[in-house]
Design a protein around this ligand. Sequence first.
Ligand code: NAP
Length: 489
Amino acid sequence: MTASPPLVDAFDLVIFGGTGDLALRKLLPALFHRFLDGQIPAGSRVIGIAREGLDDDGYRANLRKVLLETGGAKDKVDAFLGQVGYRSLDARKDEGWDAFAALIGEQPEHVRVFYLSTSPELFVDICNRLGEYGLNRGKSRVVLEKPIGRDLASANQINDAVGRFFDESQTYRIDHYLGKETVQNLLALRFGNALFEPLWNAGHIDHVQITVAETLGVGTRGTYYDRAGALRDMVQNHILQLLCMVAMEPPSSLSPDAVRDEKLKVLRSLKPIDEANAAQYTVRGQYRAGAAEGQSVPGYLEDLGNGSKSHTETFVALKTEIENWRWAGVPFYLRTGKRLPERVSEIVVVFKSVPHSIFDASAGPLTQNRLVLRLQPDEGVKLWLTIKHPGPGGLRLRHVPLDMSFAEAFGVSQPDAYERLLLDVVRGNPTLFMRRDEVEAAWHWAGPILDAWGSSGEAPRPYTAGTWGPSAAVALIERDGRTWNEDSE
Ligand code: NAP
């Protein structure tokens, strides 16, 4: 692959939490890939920060191992590491901050990105110190990882505290789902084709499904996860963002605020779910021992250990609606969980049946058209159509997909979402990042669901690891005469 000229000037990217899982597994490999594309200009600096007492060489050695394991060529990895450094700092202590500020000050012209890949409890301390040392000024940007709070009040606390030092235009709240190719393709499909938009409404769409399914359990992240649960971890942010991309009105342009204004309107139009209707519209579950990918696996409570009696949900399915003219009466079924049978994220738009069938019963059933946007794995788009089964016999109908796998169509593996989003921050393009009012609107909707679950005192419904959640999740959609999508071909 030939590298293209960089689209940005040399910059500094500081990763607080530079030794953590996210940094080593996602952020630094993503930066390495952009380095291979020629998009990390000479003179740029990537600086990892954590408390661990490493020096530059120690950090580089750890990172070298990670990048070689992911298939990086030795010479390229070493060239990239030449731009990487490390500082041992405790966000909560003074020591080391003078030297760090001096290091950043060596390149006053650089765009500076401070990526907070730490627990959110440290966001305020880190921003305070960045402010104290004047590192928030000029071309500085701060990236906030999820979760932004655990409810509206705590999200506001974080946003207020960060906002004291970084204004909204400098604040990038990342939701990596928005950086996925398929999600951006939704913009291209909807607004780059005359075909879909006339049908994209309650007159023609029967319902929409969004599924984000994981085969993994909580693994080593049990402590974090148990405080969050599936609604906070997946629905309040990623799934609602996907829903917005499906449901928003055409923005007047792709300018950041034009897109985010439209998403905000969707969030504010979501039908409220609260104590009065949570039992009807939501199902929450918790996995029990079962099997994942052919192996026996323990249940959630065993994963947590210490005789935990946690009521945290590891699965949620819910039905919502968007109360506006375009979508009135169209259900959006959302589902996510851990220890499900497949790792799959997809958006399924199911169109209404034809108004009248001209075919005999012998032709077979008419099936509704479906547009399936696969986010992972195998990113791609399938449009399911009814066609005639080939052959000279009687007319028989078949349901087949127009199938576009991005990897097959374009012959390259799809870049990880962080590869795009990190450079968007450097370029100063916040289109694919959440504005504060979006986060607030999302909590405003999700909060009453959490409250309703809390006040019901009920435990989540058990489901066996390796199944599609509690049977009530199937009933949620089947009582409306619909089924969860199963890609049959
Ligand atoms: P992690 O593995 O626990 O890493 C936390 C990092 O923060 C470590 O580098 C740790 O290093 C550093 N740290 C902790 N206390 C510190 C302090 N007082 N001062 C400076 N550094 C400190 O966590 P993670 O999984 O990478 O997640 C980081 C954030 O991203 C979390 O908010 C998480 O919710 C979010 N997130 C993670 C993922 C993921 O896939 N991992 C996905 C989405 C969002 P030291 O202990 O050496 O200081």
